[in-house]
Design a binder for this molecule. Sequence first.
Ligand SMILES: [Zn+2]
Length: 429
Amino acid sequence: MKYEYMHPREQLVTIMHRVYGYGMTTTSGGNISIRDESGDIWITPGGTDKGAMTEADIVRVRGDTVIEGVHPPSSELPFHRAMYEVRPDVQAVLHAHPAALVAFSLVRTIPDTSIIPQARAVCGEVGYAAYAIPGSEELGRNIASAFEKGFDTVLLEIHGVVAAGHDLLEAFQRFETLDFCARTLINAGVLGTAQSLGHEQIAQFNQGKNRTLPEFDARARSSAELAVRREMREFIHRAYRQRLMTSTEGTVSERLNGNSFLISPYGIDRANLDESDFVHIKDGKRERGLIPSRAVVLHREIYGANSSINAIVSAQSPAVTAFTVTGTPLESATIPESYIELRDMPLIAFGRQFSDEKALAAEISARTPVVLLRNDAILTTGKNLTEAYDRLEVAEFSANAILNAAKLGSVRRIGAQELEAIREKFALG
Ligand SMILES: [Zn+2]
């Protein structure tokens, strides 16, 4: 169900379960609120188990008075209220203490969101609020004054983070994306220095060609197409559950036949995508009224250049992204299984994925099925969606293994002779 049709109680419970389910808050920590059209604040309660929260636990507050609810409101109600007072455009506030963002709050450093263009677009500039005791009016003033300057995400000194939005999904997406940047930067620190993108590079990314594709009217859908839609939905939900994608990032596409394929849409929450959201692309045209992923032109070129590729996945999986933002080659010759699945993975210069699609597509083939896009994503291909998805998982596991091995000792790569033997035995060509 889409969030805009959910009652505030249901939205708060659903988002709290997402936050808790991903280990982004503890049983006791974190609080979320929504301001409704009458000005009442719906907020999670204080002192209850966040993992077992139900709609009956939600508290409705008008001014200082609880008008619905069996529990007291969150002890952090003062800062939620202070934020709503200074920002009439804000209708939802989310606060939690995920470990990676707490790490940044301990060293009093704001995570750099310019390492990935989408992150910059989702979070905007990130603000900072000085320490004050939890639950105090002073903490409320410190946070509100940061939001008053126009920031939508604010790091709290030795505490955690607050994100705001014009609705709860937007606040959640800012929170989730900032946490993703924090985790990526921590992993990147193992490899080197994360490279920030400049304003021009981010602007170049934001242009997008997906809206300008001509449209066509889709006719009756075949049973084959419906089966592909269902498979794509299952894989994208799985990717979200496994944290290989975030709610705002990650694309899958699958060929129907010839120049006809389905691709995931632009800007829809990955956890809530359903079959009807996927966009049919045929002969370079998009299904009328739907906006495909920004990667649509690159996917079209890859299908056009490679008749053996029938599925493509691109994602900002967390461990791999540490390699793409530092420009570190991701070595596949770690264990034989990784090399067999991934082969050599070229690092592609930032910008080529949306300015040089045809030439880039020609570099991808059955022998080079995976590429890493600098400061962006990993792109995997396969003869079917299962194979493309498996390659994403194998790459993420391999990246994780390398990041962990770096803390243990020096990594031994598979030697040239051993690689040759693997290529021969598995007929890798
Ligand atoms: Zn807190």
